[in-house]
Write a protein that binds this ligand. Structure first.
Ligand SMILES: NC(=O)c1ccc[n+]([C@@H]2O[C@H](COP(=O)([O-])OP(=O)(O)OC[C@H]3O[C@@H](n4cnc5c(N)ncnc54)[C@H](OP(=O)(O)O)[C@@H]3O)[C@@H](O)[C@H]2O)c1
Length: 338
């Protein structure tokens, strides 16, 4: 069978694309029909999934509001009437982003590698004197970071996971004060595709063993999922929910530091298959706002649907979530009053 030029380009693109993080193996998940399933899919946009939802009077916080999925999430939640607190690594970055969207926004500084900054950010939110209806820990770094320790702990784990734990735990009383507050953690399918075999390699969080950036990213994203699971068990789902999502493979700045072959793929192949940011922000916007999902907690979503995972994974591993929580308390527990 011969391929025409377009078929050849598309099939070559598909093969090359499986080398990109977060890409390929779409049948790894099945929609979980034991939970409410809406009418949306991978092609839905954040505006579409929130159409007709009035968020007037609600307060939301989105971390990483100056770029990619976080920016679009902030824009659309503000469009629907929410007061959105947008964080950036500097106040200036957050302020520029907030000023560029319509609606009510408040910029705050949040540097996730600095736990004092996470505490200060939560205190600034508390000073606004309002419950927090929606919390979306969204910011993150990709797989292209050089190995680095921050206060003795591997950098991607610190930025993507530990910093958000400190922020979330300090904000938790405000989310619990809201009427059915929602926490939507931005994880990734790399949490089950590229995490270490045992899930979290607790004996290699401080650079004791080999460093594989892909595994380090997967580990951090699995940690996001396990934190969501742990919170869902700690909280009464009738009052406060905690869920984790994978946004899809999205055209953002996440691959900006990619070099070599992967850099080439990001610049030349990825754009053919990536979601737009409008589509990439849809799953978190949906889980944060849709009335169908009231009381749904501890679930994992891809392409706007709750899913189960068909390949070996630790995303729903309660024992691992407990162990991670114990280790996390040892690493950052002093940063909030438990
Ligand atoms: N894009 C994808 O294909 C994809 C797939 C799966 C999961 N995700 C997840 O989606 C989330 C959003 O990523 P994105 O794709 O929108 O990437 P992005 O465009 O690079 O945005 C990432 C955001 O995180 C912020 N950030 C990075 N390091 C930080 C730090 N140390 N402290 C505070 N904020 C920090 C960035 O700020 P600066 O701009 O100042 O660096 C930026 O605002 C991430 O959690 C990512 O893991 C993305």
């Amino acid at each position: 069978m011969s391929l025409n030029r377009r078929q050849f380009v598309l099939s070559s693109t598909a093969v090359a694309a499986t080398s990109l993080p977060g890409c390929g193996g779409e049948d790894a998940v099945t929609i979980d029909t034991s939970l409410p399933v809406g009418p949306y899919d991978a092609t839905s946009t954040a505006e579409e999934v929130t159409a007709g939802i009035d968020l007037t009077g609600k307060t939301a916080l989105v971390t990483g509001c100056n770029s990619g999925i976080g920016f679009e999430t902030m824009r659309v939640l503000a469009l629907r009437g929410a007061h959105v607190i947008g964080t950036g690594r500097t106040l200036e970055k957050a302020a520029v982003a907030c000023a560029s969207v319509d609606g009510q926004t408040t910029p705050l500084a949040l540097e996730l590698s600095d736990f004092d900054s996470c505490v200060a950010c939560a205190q600034a939110v508390a000073a606004l004197g309002k419950p927090l209806d929606i919390l979306i820990p969204n910011a993150g770094i990709g797989t292209f970071a050089e190995f680095e320790l921050i206060n003795g702990v591997e950098k991607i784990f610190v930025v993507n996971y530990l910093g958000h734990v400190v922020l979330t735990m300090n904000l938790l009383p405000l989310v619990q004060a809201a009427d059915r507050g929602r926490i939507v953690h931005v994880g990734s399918q790399m949490g089950y595709k590229s995490a270490p075999r045992g899930g979290i390699d607790f004996n290699n969080l401080r650079g004791e063993g080999d460093y594989d950036a892909n595994q380090a990213y997967g580990r951090s994203k699995l940690a996001n999922a396990l934190f969501s699971l742990k919170l869902s068990q700690m909280l009464d789902a009738a009052d406060t929910t905690s869920n984790v999502i994978h946004p899809g493979f999205v055209k953002t700045n996440i691959g900006r530091d990619a070099t070599g072959f992967i850099g080439f793929l990001y610049n030349n192949v990825a754009p053919v298959i990536q979601k737009s940011v409008a589509e990439g922000a849809a799953t978190q916007a949906y889980v944060a706002t849709n009335p169908l999902l009231e009381g749904v907690s501890g679930a994992y979503f891809e392409d706007c649907n709750p899913v189960t995972i068909n390949v070996p994974n630790h995303v729903f591993d309660v024992a691992l979530a407990d162990r991670l929580w114990t280790e996390t308390l040892g690493m950052v527990g002093e940063y909030w009053e438990g």
